[in-house]
Design a protein around this ligand. Structure first.
Ligand code: HEC
Ligand code: HEC
Length: 296
C-alpha cells in the first residue's frame, strides 16, 4: 500500500521516551499548567498550548499574547506529537525538547520571568511540588533545571495523537471515504510529502516558499539563528497532523483556512499543478489526520 510505504503510521510512543515514567509525566503536566510560573501569575504553558477537551495544542490566535498582553511574533504551533520532531521552533533554534523546556518561562514575549533562578525559587517555595519531585526522581528529587527539563519534555513526548488515517494504514481500509482516499492519492501524486514527510507529515525539515512577497520582512526565519544569508525566509516545514484543528496557519498566522494554505503551496515545486477541486479533496484528506478524540 502506497500510503503505508510513503507516509506510514505514527508509532504509539515518541522516540527517546523509554525512560520517561508516569510520575515524571505527572510532574511535567503540573509544571505545564502552573500559572504561578509566569511573571504576573496569570499565564502557563497551557494558556497558549491548550490541550483539554477538543483543544489541539495551540490557541488558534494569529500570534499569541504574553503574560502582560504583549503580542508575540509567530503563530503558536501545536505541541501534539512534538516528540517526533527533530526541529524545534519555526526557525529551528532548538533541536530537542530538553533544551527548549525552560525557554518559555523566561521569554519576554511569553511568561516573562526575570531569570531561571526565579523559576527555581517559585517551584521551591511551593510545597505541593515536593511529593511530585520525590515520586518522579526518587534517587535525586532535587528541584533543579535538569529535573524540570526532563519532566516537561517527558510530558510533551506523551502527547501522541491517533487519527482515522492511522487506522487506515493499520489495515482498516474501509475507514476512509472516497473523497478522503482521492485526497490522499493526490497528496502523494503531487509530492506534498517531499516536504511534509514521514509519519509526522512534516516537522523534520526546513523549506522556503518560492515567493516570499507576502512575508513580513522583519521575520527572517532560520537566518536569525544561523546568520547565513541563504537561510533568509527559511522556516520549519510544519507537521500536518491535526492541521484541521490548528488554524490560522503559516509561521506568521496570516493564512486563515486550509484551502488557502494549500493554494499557497502552488508556489512550491510540486510535481504538477493542482486544480481547485483537487484542493477540496486534499482538505478532506487532511481532516483524517485529526486526533480521534478531538476531531473536526
Ligand atoms: C505566550 C504564548 C506561549 C506560551 C505561554 C508558551 N508557548 Fe510554546 N510556543 C509559543 C509560540 C509562539 C511558539 C513558536 C515560537 C517560534 O517558533 O519562534 C511556541 C513553540 C513551542 C514549542 C515548539 C513547537 C514546534 O513545533 O516547533 C514547544 C515544544 C513549546 N512551545 C512548548 C512550550 C512550553 C513547555 C511552555 C511552558 C513552559 C510554552 N510552550 C509556553 C507560544 C507560547
Ligand atoms: C517544498 C516544500 C513543501 C511542499 C512540496 C509542500 N509544502 Fe506545505 N508547507 C511547507 C512549509 C515550509 C510551510 C510553512 C510555511 C510558512 O509558515 O511560512 C507549509 C505549510 C503548509 C500548511 C499550513 C500548516 C500550518 O500549520 O501552518 C498546509 C496545510 C500545507 N503546507 C499543506 C501542503 C499540501 C497539501 C501540499 C501539497 C499540495 C504541500 N503543503 C506541499 C512546505 C511544503
Amino acid at each position: 500500500m502506497k500510503a503505508k510505504n510513503q507516509i506510514g503510521g505514527l508509532p504509539d510512543q515518541s522516540p527517546n521516551s523509554e525512560n520517561d515514567t508516569i510520575t515524571m509525566i505527572q510532574l511535567g503536566n503540573k509544571l505545564f499548567r502552573d500559572i504561578n510560573l509566569s511573571s504576573n501569575q496569570i499565564q502557563a504553558c497551557i494558556t497558549c498550548h491548550p490541550l483539554d477537551g477538543r483543544s489541539a495544542g495551540m490557541d488558534r490566535q494569529q500570534t499569541s499574547r504574553g503574560t502582560f498582553g504583549q503580542l508575540g511574533r509567530r503563530n503558536t504551533p501545536t505541541i501534539l506529537n512534538i516528540g517526533f520532531s527533530n526541529i524545534i521552533f519555526w526557525d529551528g533554534r532548538r533541536n530537542s525538547l530538553y533544551d527548549q523546556a525552560i525557554d518559555p518561562f523566561v521569554n519576554p514575549l511569553e511568561m516573562s520571568l526575570p531569570s531561571e533562578s526565579e523559576l527555581l525559587q517559585r517551584i521551591q517555595n511551593d510545597t505541593s511540588y515536593l511529593s511530585f519531585f520525590s515520586n518522579a526522581f526518587p534517587s535525586d528529587p532535587t528541584i533543579n533545571l535538569h529535573n524540570i527539563r526532563l519532566s516537561i519534555s517527558a510530558f510533551e513526548k506523551s502527547l501522541v495523537s491517533k487519527s482515522k488515517y492511522d487506522d487506515f494504514v493499520m489495515g482498516n481500509l474501509q475507514i476512509l471515504n472516497r473523497q478522503e482516499l482521492e485526497g490522499l492519492n493526490i497528496f502523494l501524486d503531487v509530492g506534498c510529502n517531499k516536504c511534509h514527510s514521514g509519519s509526522l507529515l512534516g516537522g523534520n525539515t526546513f523549506s522556503k516558499l518560492e515567493s516570499t512577497s507576502l512575508y513580513n520582512s522583519t521575520d527572517l526565519g532560520k537566518f536569525e539563528v544561523s546568520g547565513d544569508p541563504n537561510d533568509q525566509y527559511i522556516f520549519k516545514v510544519p507537521s500536518l497532523r491535526n492541521v484541521a484543528l490548528t488554524q490560522p496557519y503559516f509561521h506568521d498566522g496570516s493564512v486563515r483556512t486550509l484551502k488557502e494554505s494549500i493554494e499557497r503551496m502552488r508556489e512550491y515545486k510540486l510535481n504538477r499543478y493542482i486544480s481547485d477541486s483537487e484542493i477540496d479533496l486534499l482538505v478532506s484528506f487532511l481532516k483524517t489526520l485529526s486526533d480521534k478524540t478531538k476531531s473536526n
